[in-house]
Design a protein around this ligand. Structure first.
Ligand SMILES: N[C@@H](CCC(=O)N[C@@H](CS)C(=O)NCC(=O)O)C(=O)O
Length: 293
């Protein structure tokens, strides 16, 4: 039998078998999301057969790292593992952190853009997140509401070591420290400043609180300036989610004009972060929302 006929025959048998053995093969043509634990096959005809153009992220399939858009030759054998991540986001709020991380990691997700504050502007939001805050991140049954923790989850669960640090890394402790410091130490005082400077009713504005926390913020940010004197990034000499988390706090200070006391290294660092494709992609996603500052 001529080789081309034989190849055609094998191809058809393989397709039929694949459909029979994988109930999810058809589902794949409809799915958008992340595929985990899937079996990678190199039958290129799946591509034509399913004619699928969905973005699918294959992280480590059979030990091979693949990039987004490297799709279409996948036969999913475990469709229960299909997930669709959702991020509820408001412009320039802390949800920029996970949004930026999702973009850096080139993950597939659904973005729900909401006007701020979502508890008043997005019907049903309190049912999704009773705190009423942003971000809210959903991955299957998991609901997360802490911006820095979501970044950590994404990098540990779906990411590569490129923008994360493993527990074995000598700077792992510093990395965690920056991630946590980013919100509790660098962002929380800014929330107080904004609240008592701009958002409260005139009779409840508190100039003394504003002045005190501006000083507080500026002295806490000295730690960033110091760290950047010897490195372009906060830990391990490379860009990580610690830079995303702290970078957001600096971005917020910059947007709200609380960056007057930034040192030169901090200023350059923020410019470097804002020039990243991942950051720009995150900003593009929110451009239809009204400014909140
Ligand atoms: N620690 C949380 C804080 C979340 C938070 O307070 N987000 C603010 C926006 S940046 C918010 O939703 N405020 C609106 C409200 O409290 O109603 C995090 O890091 O995500």
């Amino acid at each position: 039998m001529p080789t081309y006929l034989l190849r055609g025959l094998i191809k058809r048998v393989a397709i039929i078998l694949s459909y029979r053995t994988s109930r999810s093969a058809l589902l794949f043509s409809k799915c958008r999301g992340n595929v985990r634990n899937c079996k990678l096959t190199h039958y290129s005809w799946w591509y034509q057969l399913l004619n699928t153009h969905q973005r699918v992220n294959l992280f480590e399939v059979k030990g091979v790292k693949r990039k987004q858009n490297d799709y279409a030759t996948v036969l999913i054998t475990n469709y229960h593992e299909l997930t669709e991540m959702k991020l509820y986001h408001c412009r320039d709020s802390r949800s920029v952190r996970p949004l930026w991380a999702l973009e850096e990691l080139q993950l597939d997700y659904e973005l729900i853009n909401m006007e701020f504050p979502p508890r008043y502007n997005h019907a049903g939001y309190l049912d999704i997140n009773p705190l009423g805050t942003v971000p809210t991140f959903i991955d299957s049954k998991l609901v997360m509401t802490e911006s820095a923790a979501i970044c950590q989850y994404l990098v540990d669960k779906y990411g590569t070591s490129e923008i994360g640090l493993s527990i074995e890394h000598p700077e792992y402790g510093d990395y965690l420290n920056w991630i946590h410091r980013s919100d509790t130490t660098f962002t929380f005082p800014q929330a107080l400043i904004l609240r008592y400077d701009r958002y409260e009713k005139p009779e409840r504005l508190q100039p003394q609180v504003v002045e005190d926390y501006k000083k507080w913020l500026s002295s806490r940010l000295n730690s960033v300036e110091l760290a950047l004197q010897t490195s372009d990034y906060l830990c391990a000499g490379k860009f990580t989610i610690a830079d995303i988390c702290v970078g957001y706090a600096l971005f917020l200070a910059h947007k709200t004009e609380n960056d007057k006391n930034f040192g030169p290294h901090t200023r350059d660092y923020l410019n470097r972060l804002m020039a990243r494709d991942g950051f720009k992609a995150a900003m593009n996603q929110q451009e239809d929302l009204a400014p909140i500052f």
